[in-house]
Design a protein around this ligand. Structure first.
Ligand code: OOB
Length: 559
């Protein structure tokens, strides 16, 4: 078999046509508008690094407890990896699953893949066989980049199972330590010394740069293709909104593959201004505060639960995170009390952020009045974000009233990747994404134009910053031989924001929560997507048409 390098040299066609299959592009008229307005610059996503290396070669770009890279070093590492990937036979337009923990190697791998023209599927370390399998199926990925063992989990064993089930997977690349087994060692790419990647035609910036994973509404998570144009814009505009400069340092606390720490502004936003990014796998206040102090971290993003823990810890931790000037908190609804608690204890630089992998971002801005920071989830990032609030019939509600948020704009998707059926439901005929979130947009006063998220229409559970699909979990529950009916519902939780309650009708003797979770673990359900509480019931409340009445169920459970 010829190597990928030879195939490149022989002018083997790239796989962009295959990548484009099932991708819903922006319509031509709006694309023209966004280009004209200057949001879309036509830059490929990996140019953030190329330009960073040209502008600030000797500045530190990324750092973790083990090592650091300057912009020039990271750029050179990306080139080596791209060449190594080509040598393996990977072709531009191919997709690969990227599932690495929060270390420098996450960024090295991301840019190596991008430089090779590969479209990474941004998996999180908590994803397990069921989700990973689904991502391979939908994306048609040819390989994966995983750690060997991390956080007490053996990713190689999962890779074996994935390989057995998916003949399309050709390359499993493992970032040690320990036994790599039959797989490709990451070090063979980082240390690749073969010929550099041959020059190719520049990538079309209206094509997908990467695939993000949705929070999941019904069934398994969906894939969201973010284009070079829209993702570069997201990184640049959010860095600008937070007034980031080369003097800033961003700390990645949340899983790095999630849109929030990746580009809002996160790693990619920091890179647009020559700022440094610090990675940590330990979100505990003790460890994080020490890192913040050590690296003089100025900006970070947290989910509510973590922001609360950090705020509480300020009471006893000897080292306080005083260098922080902006702490973004988002992912699920935060109460005004919690917002005040954070302001009073952790930082006066609190910024609420209401975002989604699908695109649209809202945040409160630096210098906004306290009332706005405490009582709203921010206002849109772009002047061209279009928001519509509609009632159940799809009619626009009067200004200031509640309804479902529909969005359209320069960085919001126009369709999920390879998901025609879901797209028919999730988009209006004129291209608005139905967010499933219940919101109100304030019509006047100091909060005018700001959004309050009041709940959601989507049937999902927001557990400690993760969005868990109730339907998906129910599907798994229903496979258990002793379970007749099951419903997964959120219950309020002080630390997780919401915990997962499985309300189950058993046939025969009920099993315990531990037994149930061991079963779900075996089925490949992620730890964060398994029930925290199990309640055995004689029957589940039903609506008139015979569906499970979840609001009633929750009320009963809390009574
Ligand atoms: C972020 O992204 P996803 O894709 O994991 O989840 C999106 C969903 C939203 O549709 C909404 O239901 C909920 O999470 N959400 C919030 C919220 N922020 C997100 N609900 C209430 N208040 C908020 N502040 O979660 C995400 C992506 C980028 C930046 C920040 C968060």
């Amino acid at each position: 078999m010829s190597t990928g390098f030879e195939r490149h040299q022989a002018g083997e066609p790239d796989h962009y046509p295959d990548l484009a299959r099932g991708f819903v592009p922006f319509p031509a008229d709006r694309a023209e508008l966004y280009r004209h307005a200057g949001y879309w610059t036509g830059r490929p996503l990996d140019s953030l690094l190329r330009d960073g290396a040209a502008n600030w070669p000797q500045r530190t770009a990324i750092i973790d407890p083990a090592r650091s890279y300057t912009f020039a070093e990271l750029d050179a590492a990306a080139d080596r990896i791209a060449a190594g990937l080509a040598h393996l036979g990977v072709v531009p337009g191919d997709r690969m699953l990227l599932q690495l923990p929060n270390t420098c190697q996450f960024a090295v791998a991301l840019f190596g893949l991008l430089r090779a023209g590969v479209v990474p599927v941004m998996c999180l370390p908590g994803h397990r066989l069921a989700e990973m399998s689904h991502f391979v199926d939908v994306s048609g990925a040819v390989g994966l980049v995983i750690p060997g063992r991390a956080g007490g989990f053996d990713y190689r064993a999962m890779a074996e199972q994935l390989l057995a089930a998916h003949p399309s997977l050709e390359h499993v690349i493992v970032d040690g330590p320990g036994d790599i087994g039959p797989f490709v060692p990451w070090s063979s790419l980082t240390g690749f010394s073969g010929p550099p990647l041959p020059q190719r035609a520049p990538v079309d910036p209206s094509l997908p740069a990467l695939l993000l994973v949705s929070g999941g509404t019904t069934g398994l998570p969906k894939l969201i293709a973010r284009t070079h144009n829209d993702y570069v814009y997201t990184a640049m505009a959010s860095a600008q909104a937070y007034e980031m400069t080369g003097d800033d340092t961003y700390l990645v606390v949340l899983p790095a593959g999630h849109n929030f720490p990746l580009a809002c502004p996160g790693l990619l936003g920091a890179m647009t201004v020559g700022a440094k990014t610090v990675f940590t796998t330990d979100p505990s206040p003790e460890a994080a505060f020490a890192l913040i102090d050590q690296h003089h971290v100025t900006v970070t993003g947290l989910v509510n639960a973590l922001a609360k823990v950090w705020s509480q810890a300020c009471e006893w931790e000897p080292v306080l995170p005083t260098s922080l000037r902006a702490v973004q908190v988002g992912g699920s609804r935060m109460s005004a009390e919690d917002a005040r608690f954070i302001l009073d204890n952790l930082t006066t630089g609190l910024s609420q952020i209401f975002g989604m992998a699908e695109g649209m971002l809202n945040f409160t801005r630096i210098g906004d009045p306290v009332e706005v920071v405490v009582h709203t989830q921010g206002r849109p990032m772009s002047p061209h974000d279009e928001m519509r609030v509609v009632d159940e019939a799809g009619a626009q509600v009067p200004p200031g009233e509640e309804g479902e948020l529909l969005v359209r704009g320069p960085y919001t998707l126009n369709g999920y990747y390879r998901a025609e059926e879901a797209n028919a439901r999730s988009f209006t005929p004129d291209g608005f994404y139905r967010s499933g979130d219940r919101v109100r947009i304030f019509a006047d006063g100091p909060k005018a134009g700001y959004v309050e998220v009041t709940g959601r229409i989507k049937d999902v559970i927001h557990r400690g910053g993760e969005t868990v699909s109730a339907t998906d979990l129910e599907d798994h529950l229903h496979t258990h031989p002793k379970i007749t009916f099951a419903a997964a519902v959120p219950l309020p939780d002080e630390f997780l924001s919401e915990k997962i309650c499985a309300a189950v009708v058993f046939s025969g003797t009920p099993i315990t929560l531990t037994e149930l979770n061991a079963y779900l673990d075996q089925r490949g359900v992620s730890s964060h997507a398994r029930p925290d509480v199990l309640v055995a019931l004689p029957s589940l409340p039903k609506t008139a048409v015979g569906k499970v009445d979840k609001p009633k169920l929750i009320k009963d459970l809390l009574a």
